[in-house]
Design a protein around this ligand. Structure first.
Ligand code: URA
Length: 219
């Protein structure tokens, strides 16, 4: 078997997936008239498309296989296994999109809320696979806004041993990207779009509103 590892995940860079399907679905997702049911489906589909891009550097190996007609060599993913870690609660809306492409992945959960006085993220639930050091970790957080909670989640998986981490988000603000680059330059960020800015309430603009509320119809 020959290892054909491609370039490692981009470090300190942001990959903005510009595929027409992604841009089209993102336009529907942003639309204030999109229903909860449709929003959920779009998040799932967008995550699947972004995952395709986010995993393009996974190492492959050449294996010999027998088709019904003859023996041939083929490519198979080699190396580390994957752990997908949604950041609760909105990250949960992205989980199935990743698992439909990587069904064997292990899943970890990171629950964070924002302390309204300090504005800092507080962990309230963490359950991670115990072999994170041996896995490529994919963090899921639809909105990379200030980056505070995402940076805390990265620190959590690193403390649990993770060394290969990529973040999949739907929309990122420049502020959130800078924060992750500053604190965790080794983390590759893959998004559908980088938006203009954060507003005074910490929402990404133009954005799509509160991803959790729109996913679960809580507002
Ligand atoms: N979280 C969201 O759900 N939306 C934003 O715009 C920012 C953070």
């Amino acid at each position: 078997m020959t290892e054909t590892s491609q370039a490692p995940a981009a470090t300190g860079t942001v990959i903005e997936v510009g595929h027409p399907l992604v841009r089209h679905k993102l336009a529907l997702l942003r639309d204030v008239t999109t229903t909860t049911q449709m929003f959920r489906q779009l998040v799932n589909e967008l995550t699947l498309l972004i995952t395709y891009e986010a995993t393009k550097d996974l190492a492959t190996e050449t294996v010999d296989i027998e088709t019904p007609l003859e023996w041939t060599s083929a490519q198979r993913i080699s190396g580390k296994k994957v752990a997908v870690c949604p950041i609760l609660r909105a990250g949960m809306g992205m989980l199935d999109g990743v698992l439909s492409l990587i069904p064997g992945a292990r899943v970890g959960f990171i629950g964070l809320y924002r302390n309204e006085e300090t504005l800092q993220p507080v962990e309230y639930y963490v359950k991670l696979p115990d072999d994170l050091a041996d896995r490529d970790v994919i963090l899921l957080d639809p909105m990379l806004a200030t980056g505070n909670s995402t940076a805390a989640a990265v620190a959590t998986v690193k403390a649990a041993g993770a060394t290969s981490i990529r973040l999949i988000a739907l929309i990122a603000a420049p502020e959130g990207i800078s924060r992750i680059h500053r604190d965790h330059p080794d983390v590759a960020i893959v998004v559908a779009a980088v938006d203009r800015a954060l507003n005074e309430k910490g929402y990404i603009v133009p954005g799509l509103g509160d991803a959790g509320d729109r996913l679960y119809g809580t507002k």
